[in-house]
Design a protein around this ligand. Structure first.
Ligand code: NAD
Ligand code: IPM
Ligand code: MN
Length: 346
């Protein structure tokens, strides 16, 4: 049976990293790909970043693959103008994808590409579980001539369900969860901490739980990354911490993600990085984060574990063979990266 995958190439390097990813997937099984306008590309044609047609097509698919959206062309400080990023937030919300999984597992072949020392990186294997459809991203926004406001809001139910995702993940890993908040200042964080502890006490008492403030967590991620197993945190903190954590694996161009949480609909699989406008159109973007996101799509979205592992092993193998795109300090193009991974897949 053919799996249907809705494909959203988006903007900037998006189309450049999507095409090789579809080629790679095509070698692993029978998939039907349908591409849809999304983000800035959709604003240009339809005046909105997410049309009903694109949303419906995503809902009907077995899984959604997204590259990246956004860019200077659509950057505006005028709240009445559409932005590509609104499409992404709308898609996550409308698909009910409240849990964003961002695994960080630096491969030894890339230790030299990281800004950190080898002995600090060695043994790092962590998972950021980012709450994705609540918090300050989705609270009421206001703007007048003299002031602006973004409301940060969480319900107990929203915290409860993301905490369970984190504890369940930890049970399959090393049984340790760091819950990251700013409970010394924010009311939403004090509620977060209380709810996480209630869920823990009720159903996950055998998992080790540590509370950590987000500012010191940012420092600890760089200083001693091996101490972390699962990090669970709210939407904005998770966004920031995961880009920092990306440098453990050498480049933002290496980090994949899976947005999940709705058992009745498709998941959304997307690299952590953005549309990289500074290198768009040059054919030099690193496609590996998108390859690895496709692996997460196969595993979490379609239940194809063997195929997912095959992609991950081929990426590791290609890096071991010396594959280095420019972000990793090398000269390989996007097309050469595909060739290198494909050779390993064969
Ligand atoms: P970015 O992630 O696009 O780029 C940051 C830096 O990392 C740039 O120097 C870029 O060249 C580099 N980089 C990122 N991905 C790379 C890759 N695959 N290969 C090689 N180098 C790579 O972040 P930014 O510049 O802050 O944002 C640019 C645009 O992307 C903004 O409009 C932002 O809103 C959007 N964005 C979109 C997503 C998404 O669609 N999921 C995620 C993050 C940012
Ligand atoms: C990400 C991105 C998005 C976010 C933006 C583009 C809306 O930075 O996926 O990490 O902040 O969630
Ligand atoms: Mn981000």
């Amino acid at each position: 049976m053919s799996h249907s995958i809705a494909v959203l190439p988006g903007d900037g390097i998006g189309p450049e990293i999507t095409a090789p990813t579809l080629e790679l997937l095509g070698e692993l099984g029978d998939f039907t790909f349908t591409e849809h306008p999304f983000g800035g590309a959709s604003i240009d044609v339809h005046g909105t970043a997410l049309t009903d047609e694109t949303l419906d097509a995503c809902k009907r698919s077995d899984a959604v693959l997204l590259a990246a959206v956004g860019g200077p062309k659509w950057d505006t400080t005028d709240p009445s103008k559409p932005r590509p990023e609104q499409g992404l937030l709308g898609l996550r919300k409308q698909l009910g994808l409240f849990a964003n999984l961002r695994p960080v597992r630096p491969v030894p072949a890339l230790y030299d590409a990281s800004a950190l020392k080898r002995e600090i990186l060695d043994g790092t294997d962590l998972l950021v579980v980012r709450e994705l459809t609540g918090g300050i991203y989705f609270g009421e926004k206001t703007r007048t001539a003299t002031d602006a406001s973004d409301l940060c809001h969480y319900t107990v139910a929203e915290v409860d369900r993301i905490a369970r995702v984190a504890f369940d993940a930890a049970r399959k890993r090393r049984n340790l969860v760091h819950s990251v908040d700013k409970a010394n200042v924010l009311e939403t964080s004090r509620q977060w901490r209380q709810v996480v502890h209630e869920v823990h006490g009720a159903d996950y008492a055998e998992v080790q739980l540590e509370d950590q403030l987000v500012d010191s967590c940012a420092m600890e991620l760089i200083a001693r990354p091996t101490q972390f197993d699962v990090i669970v945190t709210e939407n904005l903190f998770g966004d920031i911490l995961s880009d920092a954590a990306a440098m453990l694996s050498g480049s933002l161009g290496m980090l994949p993600s899976a947005s999940v949480g709705n058992p009745d609909g498709p998941g959304l699989f997307e690299p952590v990085h953005g549309s990289a406008p500074d290198i768009a159109g040059q054919g030099i973007a690193n496609p590996l984060a998108t390859f690895l996101s496709a692996a997460m799509l196969l595993r979490h979205g379609l239940g194809l574990e063997a195929e997912a592992t095959a992609i991950e092993a081929a990426v590791d193998g290609a890096l071991g063979d010396g594959l280095r795109t420019r972000d990793l300090g090398g000269t390989a193009t996007t097309a050469e990266a595909l060739d290198a991974v494909r050779r390993r897949l064969a």
